[in-house]
Design a protein around this ligand. Structure first.
Ligand code: KG4
Ligand code: ZN
Length: 345
């Protein structure tokens, strides 16, 4: 039998994403972003995001179907992010998915946003290695997950650790702001860091002391690092000397990537797992990819990172997880499916 044809809708943050897949094959990935509307506020404004989703939803669905060369009625199922994310933003996607499911008489699958960040890798590298450890790093989350079944059945997506304060991407965005770089700051820090020295300042590595490791072995903390960068920049400004932006960016980026990679590989090793998957917007970071591959190779751990376009929020990741749910015979959601802003994995 043919692999399932699934349309997926993602609206948990500021991207309106509609993706269409057939099994592991990507047919369309239409994304409308409201990031430019948020840029002047220096962060995502929930009300602005919800309104932008409403306006973009129908055109984005149409664009995805056109690209895939299908009619909406061709699909086998509709998948949608039901959480976690911004409540009002999620509601727009969930309402649209329900309308499509009812109108087309197709099953509806509510999916977890974090698990979808993991499942998307199948569109690039084929069947997911299970078990694997997944590190998801974005503007909204920084988690280590032990994945034995990406559909989440029987506790198949098990949280090992998470940030106890800021998300990794949030730290990139805040430090970029301190350095006068535009929002979202991650790509700008990545670029600036290439011209700088990563050992210029020895910034703190959060939750890596022996004592912290006892309670927070697989957890992250980035707010102390952000404060350390702010103090360093302020001191430099007070002294009247120019701030070496590239060197600070490189040193900050090294501190983040060092901790992320160390903990992800420790998580995999501790479970005897040989595959590490990295996803979320920060996975686009060039230093993170390089460091992960270099250190993993020494431990015999394989690293999978989807291409940057699939790492940031999109509809294809939702469709990919939906297709997996259909393929594995999971029960569809009821039409009462709630949008749950704090949905656990
Ligand atoms: O997954 P994503 O598109 O949205 C969510 O937050 O869910 O991730 C966006 C985050 C932003 O914080 C952005 O600064 C960061 O990913 N980011 C990067 C890079 N590209 C995007 N951070 C570091 N280096 C990059 N190259
Ligand atoms: Zn995300």
């Amino acid at each position: 039998t043919d692999a399932p044809l699934v349309l997926g809708i993602e609206t948990s943050c500021d991207e309106t994403g509609v993706g269409i897949v057939r099994g592991h094959e990507l047919l369309a990935d239409a994304v409308a972003s409201s990031v430019d509307e948020h840029a002047r506020f220096g962060g995502v404004v929930p009300e602005v995001a919800s309104r932008a989703h409403l306006e973009a939803m129908v055109p984005t669905i149409e664009r995805a179907c056109e690209t895939a060369g299908i009619r909406p009625s061709d699909v086998d199922a509709i998948a949608v992010t039901s959480g976690p994310g911004l409540a009002g933003a999620l509601l727009v996607g969930v309402a649209a998915a329900k309308a499509l499911a009812v109108g087309l008489d197709k099953p509806l699958y509510g999916v977890n946003h974090l698990a979808a960040h993991v499942a998307v890798d199948q569109l690039e590298h084929g069947a997911l290695p299970e078990p694997c450890v997944a590190m998801l790093v974005s503007g909204g989350h920084s988690s280590l997950l032990r994945v034995t079944d990406v559909t989440g059945a029987d506790g198949g997506v098990d949280p090992m650790g998470a940030t106890i304060d800021d998300a990794a991407g949030e730290a990139f965005d805040k430090v970029a702001r301190l350095l006068g770089l535009p929002f979202p700051g991650g790509p700008h820090i990545d670029r600036a860091a290439r011209e700088g020295s990563s050992v210029y300042v020895d910034f703190p590595r959060g939750l890596t002391s022996r004592r912290d490791l006892e309670r927070h072995r697989f957890d992250f903390s980035f707010s102390g690092l952000k404060t350390a960068v702010a103090r360093w920049v302020e001191a430099r400004e007070r002294s009247g000397e120019p701030v070496p932006v590239a060197d600070v960016a490189a040193s900050f980026q090294e501190a983040v990537c060092d901790v992320l990679v160390r903990k992800a590989l420790d998580a995999a090793s501790s479970e005897g797992i040989e595959d590490l998957l990295i996803g979320g917007g920060v996975a686009a970071n060039s230093r993170l990819r390089h460091l992960a591959e270099e250190r993993a190779a020494k431990l015999g751990i394989r690293v999978r990172v989807p291409r940057p376009g699939l790492c940031t929020d999109n509809g294809a990741m939702v469709a990919a997880l939906g297709a997996e749910m259909v393929a594995r015979g999971r029960t569809p959601s009821s039409l009462d499916l709630p949008a749950d802003s704090s949905l656990p994995v």
